[in-house]
Design a protein around this ligand. Structure first.
Ligand code: KIV
Ligand code: NA
Length: 275
């Protein structure tokens, strides 16, 4: 199992960090078996697992429930759990309690918070309390209403400088790593070069220290059109769809279950029973 210091070392050595989301026991188990460096229990679960149309409806209880399952599936992998919408904005007290739940109750190793600004104080307080924090800048989906949609961030000089400045502040506040979402690759590279902590990109080009993608996007599993920055390595929609309709057809035709999928009795027992 890797920890924060191992990720810092990987950055130093120029060794790429792989991160995937997982939301339940099987996804976590398969990600760990595939030797991923860290797992994110993303609040993207709201969309890909729970069927909401944004991450906003996801609750602390949802995150706890799913993080527990992920921990059971990946007992030996560093797990980052997203703090869901509004769980770190109301008060410092509530922020600390919510983050502590994700570690103590659910078994996460770190929490992830979106944004800088007022969030910097939360990153510092959590870090001071011994809770490792991963920062998240660029496109921050919990603020989609404020950002005006899911759009590439940091495209102007001003926006890029602001992102760099915020990234440095997150590092100063104690963040152990930074997720950078949907920015031009040049901005991803610049921030990666300026930071001592690892950057994990998603739609941020290939110069970041690591990459994260959503499990269901990588597998094309239950999702339709995927964003430009996603590469799907399988097509589970087709695989699963075909398997399910084959099964249903065999049930209808009586081809399933065959003898090999059925139990039987010994001949003499059968004779004793029915003559
Ligand atoms: O929730 C999520 O999946 C994320 C990643 C896209 C970084 O926050
Ligand atoms: Na998220």
């Amino acid at each position: 199992m890797k920890f924060a210091a191992d990720f810092w070392k990987m950055k130093e050595n120029g060794e790429k960090i792989s991160m995937l989301t997982a939301y339940d026991y099987p996804s976590a188990k398969l990600a760990e078996q595939a030797d991923v460096d860290m797992i994110l229990v993303g609040d993207s679960l709201g969309m890909v697992v729970l069927g909401y149309d944004s991450t906003v409806p996801v609750t602390m209880d949802d995150m706890i429930h799913h993080t527990k399952a992920v921990r059971r599936g990946a007992p030996h992998t560093f797990i980052v759990a997203d703090m869901p919408f509004m769980s770190y904005h109301v008060s410092m007290d509530e922020t600390l309690k919510n983050a502590a739940r994700l570690l103590q109750e659910a078994g996460a190793d770190a929490v992830k918070l979106e944004g800088a600004g007022d969030v910097l104080l939360k990153i510092k307080a959590l870090t001071d309390a011994g809770i490792p924090v991963v920062a998240h800048l660029g496109l921050t989906p919990q603020s989609v209403g404020v950002l005006g949609g899911y759009k590439v961030q940091g495209k102007t000089k001003e926006a890029a400088l602001q992102l760099l400045n915020d990234s440095l502040k997150c590092q100063e506040a104690g963040a152990i790593a930074l997720v950078l979402e949907c920015v031009p690759y040049q901005v991803g590279e610049e921030i990666t070069n300026k930071l001592a902590i690892p950057t994990i990109g998603i739609g941020a080009g290939n110069r970041t220290d690591g990459q994260v993608l959503v499990y269901h996007d990588v597998l094309l599993y239950g999702v339709g059109r995927v964003p430009k920055f996603v590469k799907s390595y399988a097509d589970l929609n087709t695989t699963i769809g075909n398997a399910l309709s084959d099964h249903i057809q065999e049930v209808k035709s009586g081809a399933f279950p065959s003898e090999s999928h059925s139990f039987t009795m010994k001949e003499e027992e059968l004779l004793a029973l029915y003559g």
